[in-house]
Design a protein around this ligand. Structure first.
Ligand SMILES: [Zn+2]
Length: 225
C-alpha cells in the first residue's frame, strides 16, 4: 500500500494515463478523426479527467487533457472537454464503482447498434468478458442527461461492461480507465466475429449454465492473481 497521494499528483498521473490510453483506440482502429474518448474518475474526488473536444489523436498530450467536475464543468484545462463529458459525468455520479468510461463508434459494434440488435453470446470470449449478450441502450440525443441515463439504465444490473447505444455507438465502463478500454476493444472484436459468423449461417448460442461458469471463471480465476 502506498500513502494516499496528494490530489495534484493523482491528477498528473491520470492525465498521463488517460492520454496514453487514447493510443489504444487508434491502435485497435476503434476511432476515426476526433471521434471517441477515454475518461477516468479522480478517486476520492468528484472529478474526472477526459479528452479535449475536437483535438486530433496525434496532438493529445497529458497537458491538454481536461479536468471536470461530475456535472461536466471544467475545473482545470485550456480546452473544452469532449462533447460526451456530460454523459460520462452522469455515469460517474450514478455508478460509484465505475472508475473509467470509454466511448467509440467502432465499426462492427456500431453496425449492431444501428439495427438496435444486441450481440448474442455465441463465443466463449463473449461469455468471459460480457457475461451474456452485449445489450442495446435507448436512442438518445446528445446535449442533456439522456445518453448518461440510457447507459446507466442499461448497464446497472447487467454483467456487461459495454452498451451499444441505439443508432450511435459503444459506451464501456470499468473499475479503471484501462479496463473500460479493454471492454471497448473486446466489444468490437466480439461484434466483428459474430457479424462474420452470421454471414455463413446461424451462430450457436452457448447454454446459460456454461455462460455463467465461463464468466465466473474469467472474472475471478483467470490471469495473474
Ligand atoms: Zn458518439
Amino acid at each position: 500500500m502506498t500513502v494516499v497521494a496528494d490530489v495534484t499528483d493523482t491528477i498528473r498521473a491520470l492525465r498521463q494515463e488517460v492520454c496514453a490510453l487514447h493510443e489504444q483506440l487508434t491502435r485497435y482502429q476503434l476511432v476515426v478523426w476526433t471521434a471517441g474518448n477515454v475518461s477516468a474518475r479522480v478517486p476520492g474526488h468528484d472529478l474526472l479527467v477526459i479528452k479535449p473536444s475536437g483535438v486530433s489523436y496525434d496532438d493529445l498530450t497529458p497537458d491538454n487533457m481536461v479536468v471536470c467536475d461530475l456535472h461536466g464543468k471544467v475545473v482545470e484545462g485550456e480546452h473544452a472537454p469532449s462533447s460526451d463529458t456530460e454523459a460520462q459525468a452522469y455515469v460517474y455520479r450514478e455508478m460509484p464503482e465505475v472508475g473509467g468510461v470509454v466511448h467509440t463508434h467502432s465499426t462492427y459494434a456500431t453496425a449492431w447498434a444501428s439495427r438496435a440488435e444486441p450481440v448474442p453470446c455465441v463465443l466463449t470470449m463473449g461469455a468471459d468478458e460480457f457475461g451474456g449478450e452485449i445489450p442495446i441502450g435507448p436512442f438518445a440525443i446528445i446535449g442533456d442527461d439522456s445518453i448518461g441515463r440510457g447507459i446507466v439504465e442499461t448497464l446497472r444490473g447487467s454483467r456487461s461492461p459495454a452498451v451499444l447505444m441505439q443508432n450511435h455507438g459503444v459506451f464501456s465502463i470499468g473499475p479503471t480507465a484501462r479496463a473500460a478500454v479493454k471492454a471497448a476493444v473486446m466489444c468490437e472484436d466480439v461484434a466483428r466475429t459474430v457479424h462474420i459468423s452470421r454471414q455463413l449461417g446461424d451462430p450457436v448460442p452457448i447454454p446459460q449454465q456454461h455462460v455463467d461458469a465461463l464468466f465466473d471463471r474469467y472474472q475471478n480465476v483467470y490471469g495473474q492473481r
